[in-house]
Design a protein around this ligand. Structure first.
Ligand code: BDR
Ligand code: CA
Length: 314
């Protein structure tokens, strides 16, 4: 059983990632934390609770609200045209009875790390603010974590918030730079592979036709929220009835690392500049800058990823 803690900003693609994890019998989610990104951290937690209820998991997984702004500067505008006003493609899910746990997000993450010492994989699907904060408050936090898998960044593909910057890293570069300098086992799943992993509307329609009974409602929800998200992908990348898979790919890679090829590179995050603030800088020189080795996903077997993703609902 793989134990995971998810730090996210649901988020249409975050919700698909969460639903995949919930439906995999070999994954146990020990906690979910949120930060501002696609919507406020509060709204992200609300969305998470409603998704858990939809999946019949209400009251089973604690959800904690985290940072409402990055380590430095302002939160910025939310990308409503991609995730909708409420973050889940403007789909109205029934409200949950479960409330967010009333705990400081750093204390919550540290508690989960201690309870599952050496066993917990941390999956980050949003800005890394909460993670940078817990590392500052509890300097031994990283020692308790088995592995970190993060959706974020790009090495060679174009960025999605500037020519060279991806949204999760661009939303809080200082936090991401702290995370990449931490001595732990970190894999970054960036736009180099997520933009190659394309979900078509017809994939969801097909999955709905062949899923197990208890997953029907989940896929109907996905079908509805993806409608908005795919329109956003059209506005952003001229895609038609399809979209890239960002957060779900990170979750699938956490579950099955063999679906991507990777390279370890000395990595830092650029924290200055108009166009490059938030850029992932890797150094391949013989005498590189000071930094730690981070594993970056370079290539992906996207067909197998889609099969793995939807197999969870069959
Ligand atoms: C990332 O940004 C957010 O909009 C998505 O949820 C994903 O985590 C993609 O750049
Ligand atoms: Ca996200």
């Amino acid at each position: 059983m793989m134990k995971i803690c998810i730090d996210c900003d649901p988020g249409v693609d975050d919700s698909l990632a969460i639903l995949f994890a919930l439906c995999r019998p070999d994954i146990e989610i020990v906690g979910i934390t949120t930060s501002a990104g696609n919507v406020t951290a509060k709204q992200g937690a609300e969305n998470t609770l409603r998704i858990l209820k939809l999946a019949g998991m209400e009251g089973r997984i604690p959800v904690c609200i985290g940072a409402e702004s990055p380590l430095e500067g302002e939160c910025g505008e939310f990308p409503y045209f991609i995730h909708g006003k409420n973050g889940i493609g403007n789909v109205e899910l029934p409200a949950a009875e479960q409330k967010p746990i009333e705990m400081d997000v750093c204390d919550f993450l540290y508690q989960k790390a201690c309870e599952n010492e050496g066993e917990m994989t941390l999956i980050t699907l949003g800005r890394m603010t909460n993670i940078a904060m817990v590392l500052a408050k509890y300097p031994d936090f990283h020692k308790k974590i088995k592995r970190v898998v993060s959706m974020g960044g790009t090495l060679h593909a174009s960025g999605n918030v500037s020519p060279v910057v991806e949204a999760n890293i661009g939303g809080d570069p200082e936090a991401a730079d702290i995370v990449v300098q931490t001595p732990w086992n970190l894999t970054m799943v960036g736009l180099d592979v997520t933009l190659k992993t394309i979900l078509r509307k017809t994939d969801i329609d097909q999955a709905l036709g062949s899923c197990r009974q208890e997953c029907k409602e989940l896929l109907v929800f996905l079908q509805q929220e993806m409608k908005w998200y795919m329109q956003g992908a059209h506005r952003q990348n001229w895609m038609r009835e399809c979209c890239p898979l960002h957060d779900p790919l990170a979750m699938v890679v956490a579950a099955d690392p063999a679906l991507v090829s990777t390279q370890k590179r000395i990595t830092r995050i650029e924290c200055e500049g108009k166009y490059c603030r938030g850029m992932v800088v890797t150094d391949l020189r013989e005498q590189p800058i000071k930094g730690r080795y981070v594993e970056h996903c370079i290539n992906v077997d996207s067909e197998k990823v889609l099969n793995t993703l939807f197999a969870a609902f069959q």
